[in-house]
Design a protein around this ligand. Structure first.
Ligand code: FMN
Length: 146
């Protein structure tokens, strides 16, 4: 199966989570293609030829979406994602009021666009620890079982 991931990461935590997920997916035999949101891939070009799609983002500002994913997330609102399998993950910091709100924000837009949510949004505290690594491996198992 093929899995496409789009992510944005400023200080590396979300990228680390994406790397753990990618490795776990690869271990389960998936072909993984990851895109940095800063490279500006269009929604129409991202949602094309894969069996499952992952969107990964940290939370910025006051519960805001980061610059690296905001345009993509805005375009998701106008897309028709019926029939697409999507999972949203993110990192955040529990010292902020709205922990990982970007995950809920993006997942809401993806659902609104009609996508099938593969698994509930995965929220990770900063860089993935052992528990988060396990959760990412579990997500990889869920994705590869669809
Ligand atoms: C200016 C700023 C605002 C932030 N706001 C939030 C927030 O509202 N909620 C949250 O959970 N984390 C917030 N964070 C924490 C980051 O989301 C967290 O450090 C994340 O792991 C960074 O991901 P990255 O290393 O992939 O860039 C904020 C961080 C910064 C620097």
């Amino acid at each position: 199966m093929k899995v496409k991931i789009i992510y944005t990461s400023l200080t590396g935590n979300t990228k680390e989570a994406v790397d753990v997920l990618s490795d776990a997916l690869t271990d389960k035999g998936a072909d993984v293609e990851a895109f940095d949101g800063d490279d500006g891939i269009e929604v129409a070009d991202f949602f094309t030829d894969a069996d499952a799609y992952v969107i990964a983002s940290y939370t910025d500002g006051d519960a805001e979406l980061p610059d690296g994913i905001i345009d993509f997330a805005d375009d998701v609102e106008d897309a028709d994602l019926n029939g697409f399998n999507v999972s949203v993950i993110g990192t955040g910091d529990t010292s902020y009021d709205d922990f990982c709100s970007a995950v809920d924000d993006i997942e809401g837009r993806v659902k609104e666009a009609g996508a099938n949510i593969i698994a509930p949004g995965l929220k990770i505290e900063l860089a993935p620890d052992d528990e988060a690594t396990e959760a990412l491996k579990q997500l990889a198992a869920t994705i590869t079982s669809i």
